[in-house]
Design a protein around this ligand. Structure first.
Ligand SMILES: Cc1ncc(C[n+]2csc(CCOP(=O)(O)OP(=O)(O)O)c2C)c(N)n1
Length: 324
């Protein structure tokens, strides 16, 4: 098992960094400085960062993040400049200023570019895992994330079924944030819990509370560990609530106050901080200093990306995917 006492602090740091990065992008969006949409992972950082942390690039792991996975990207080791440069349309970003928000990746570093088609990333990760297996590699794991809405797609079903039949070392983490855009769970699936589906696919199922740092780290590290030890695909379902709209253009008017007032409505940054302090893993002063350091890194990263040149359509070399 890779999770130790330090892991909680490491995961929390990635969560907080992602939150501060995204807050800055949201305020630039409101100031009219971002072209296109802004999508946040607010409230889902503990789940996302736990997966990014559990996967290890040094072991050949691959990770397919979705729109709400900035925390997982940070924990997996993505350079925060990739985030700032993509949103700000810098030519120095991984997509060279051609994508306005989240469809970035560095496949050669284990992170395929995000696909908006819900459920499709599962089979992309399966393909990467197959390729490694055929090359004779071993000891690697692939992680893919999904919303509960994405689990209703054919692509999700086919991907998980294929991974089960082939016994691929795949971990799919579903963040059940109660709404697929504005569609509530009651209109999305009819089983009690999405984890019940694991049995139907013939894979191991796990659940955790998405705003509980310890539960997220322990459960997701265990799932990744199982996959690494040859126990086949693992499905983790995290109960959560999106603490923002689908994107910053959406005020989430459809989320009733009764849900916001439940435990699901608690912010994982606050509960994570309380947990670290109560377990004496950090003091309030240490966490405040961490926050200050991360805010200052965010200011640096944004300033760098804002100074970068934008693409020039008359001089572009139109590189192809294979040259990314
Ligand atoms: C195959 C497909 N159908 C529809 C859409 C449009 N769409 C984008 S996000 C979204 C809702 C996603 O909900 P969920 O998977 O629960 O993730 P969440 O946004 O709640 O995190 C929809 C329907 C899409 N991107 N792909």
């Amino acid at each position: 098992m890779i999770n130790t006492q330090d892991s909680y602090l490491d995961v929390y740091r990635s969560m907080l960094f992602a939150r501060r990065l995204e807050e800055r992008i949201a305020s630039l969006y409101r100031a009219g400085k971002i072209v296109g949409g802004v999508y946040l992972g607010r409230g889902q950082e503990a789940v996302s960062a736990s997966l990014g942390y559990a996967l290890k690039r040094s072991l050949g792991d691959v990770f397919a993040p979705l729109i709400r996975d900035q925390a997982g990207r940070v924990a997996f080791g993505e350079d925060p400049l990739d985030f700032a440069r993509t949103y700000l349309g810098s030519v120095k970003g991984p997509m060279r200023g051609r994508d306005g928000n989240i469809h970035r990746g560095r496949p050669s570093e284990g992170m395929p570019a995000m696909i908006s088609h819900l459920g499709a990333s599962v089979s992309v990760i399966n393909g990467m895992l197959f390729a490694k297996r055929l090359r004779g590699d071993s000891g690697f794991v692939g992680g893919a994330t999904s919303g509960e809405g994405a689990t209703s797609t054919g692509a999700f079903h086919e991907g998980l079924n294929q991974a089960a039949v082939e016994n691929l070392p795949l971990v799919v983490v579903v963040t059940d944030n109660q709404f697929a855009y504005s569609t509530p769970n009651a209109r999305q699936f009819a089983c009690d819990s999405l984890v019940d589906r694991a049995e139907g696919y013939g894979v191991a199922g796990h659940t955790c509370v998405g705003n509980d740092l310890k539960e997220c780290v322990d459960t997701i590290c265990e799932a990744v560990d199982n996959a690494r030890r040859g126990q086949g695909p693992q499905l983790v379902v995290a109960q959560s609530l999106r603490l923002c709209g689908h994107g910053e253009h959406d005020d989430a008017f459809y989320v009733p106050d009764e849900i916001r007032e439940t435990e699901l409505g608690q912010d994982c940054i606050d509960t994570g901080r309380d947990f670290l302090i109560s377990r004496s893993l950090a003091t309030a002063e240490e966490l405040d200093a961490m926050d200050e350091e991360l805010r200052s890194r965010v200011r640096e990263v944004m300033a760098t990306a804002q100074r970068d040149p934008q693409p020039d359509p008359f001089r572009d070399d139109w590189r192809t995917f294979s040259q990314l």
